[in-house]
Design a protein around this ligand. Structure first.
Ligand code: SF4
Length: 69
Protein backbone atom coordinates (compact mmCIF):
# COMPACT_ATOMS: atom_id res chain seq x y z
CA UNK A 1 0.00 0.00 0.00
CA UNK A 2 1.45 3.33 -0.96
CA UNK A 3 1.30 6.34 1.35
CA UNK A 4 0.43 9.89 0.33
CA UNK A 5 0.74 11.66 3.65
CA UNK A 6 1.58 11.02 7.30
CA UNK A 7 0.79 13.15 10.30
CA UNK A 8 0.57 12.94 14.09
CA UNK A 9 -2.57 14.00 15.87
CA UNK A 10 -2.65 15.38 19.40
CA UNK A 11 -2.16 12.91 22.24
CA UNK A 12 1.31 11.50 21.57
CA UNK A 13 2.82 10.22 24.82
CA UNK A 14 6.41 10.36 23.52
CA UNK A 15 6.99 6.64 23.98
CA UNK A 16 9.54 6.68 21.12
CA UNK A 17 8.18 3.55 19.49
CA UNK A 18 7.63 5.19 16.10
CA UNK A 19 11.18 6.52 15.95
CA UNK A 20 12.52 3.14 17.03
CA UNK A 21 10.51 1.52 14.23
CA UNK A 22 11.29 3.94 11.42
CA UNK A 23 13.73 6.65 12.43
CA UNK A 24 13.97 7.86 8.83
CA UNK A 25 10.42 9.23 9.12
CA UNK A 26 9.66 9.91 12.79
CA UNK A 27 11.59 11.94 15.32
CA UNK A 28 10.84 12.21 19.03
CA UNK A 29 12.98 14.97 20.50
CA UNK A 30 13.67 15.01 24.23
CA UNK A 31 10.79 16.68 26.02
CA UNK A 32 8.65 16.86 22.89
CA UNK A 33 6.06 14.79 21.09
CA UNK A 34 6.71 12.88 17.88
CA UNK A 35 6.98 14.69 14.59
CA UNK A 36 7.27 13.61 11.00
CA UNK A 37 10.66 14.54 9.59
CA UNK A 38 10.86 17.11 6.80
CA UNK A 39 11.36 15.55 3.39
CA UNK A 40 9.85 12.20 4.37
CA UNK A 41 7.78 12.05 1.17
CA UNK A 42 10.76 11.10 -0.98
CA UNK A 43 11.43 8.11 1.31
CA UNK A 44 8.02 6.65 0.59
CA UNK A 45 9.16 5.22 -2.74
CA UNK A 46 10.93 2.55 -0.65
CA UNK A 47 8.48 -0.30 0.11
CA UNK A 48 10.47 -1.29 3.20
CA UNK A 49 10.01 2.19 4.68
CA UNK A 50 6.30 2.18 3.81
CA UNK A 51 5.89 -1.18 5.53
CA UNK A 52 7.60 0.08 8.68
CA UNK A 53 5.49 3.25 8.72
CA UNK A 54 2.35 1.10 8.68
CA UNK A 55 3.83 -1.02 11.45
CA UNK A 56 4.54 2.08 13.55
CA UNK A 57 1.03 3.44 13.00
CA UNK A 58 -0.53 0.13 13.98
CA UNK A 59 1.70 -0.16 17.06
CA UNK A 60 1.32 3.39 18.41
CA UNK A 61 -0.24 2.87 21.85
CA UNK A 62 -2.47 5.94 21.54
CA UNK A 63 -3.19 5.59 17.79
CA UNK A 64 -2.23 9.14 16.85
CA UNK A 65 -0.18 8.33 13.75
CA UNK A 66 -2.40 8.93 10.76
CA UNK A 67 -1.43 7.46 7.40
CA UNK A 68 -3.23 8.61 4.26
CA UNK A 69 -3.03 6.09 1.44
S1 SF4 B 1 4.39 5.67 18.87
FE1 SF4 B 1 2.69 7.12 19.11
S2 SF4 B 1 2.76 7.74 21.26
FE2 SF4 B 1 4.72 6.78 20.79
S3 SF4 B 1 6.06 8.50 20.24
FE3 SF4 B 1 5.17 7.71 18.34
S4 SF4 B 1 3.32 8.94 17.98
FE4 SF4 B 1 3.92 9.23 20.11
Amino acid sequence: MSIRKIWIEEGCISCNLCEDTVSEVFQVRAGDTSRVRKGYIRLLSDPAIVERVHEAAESCPVEVIIVEE
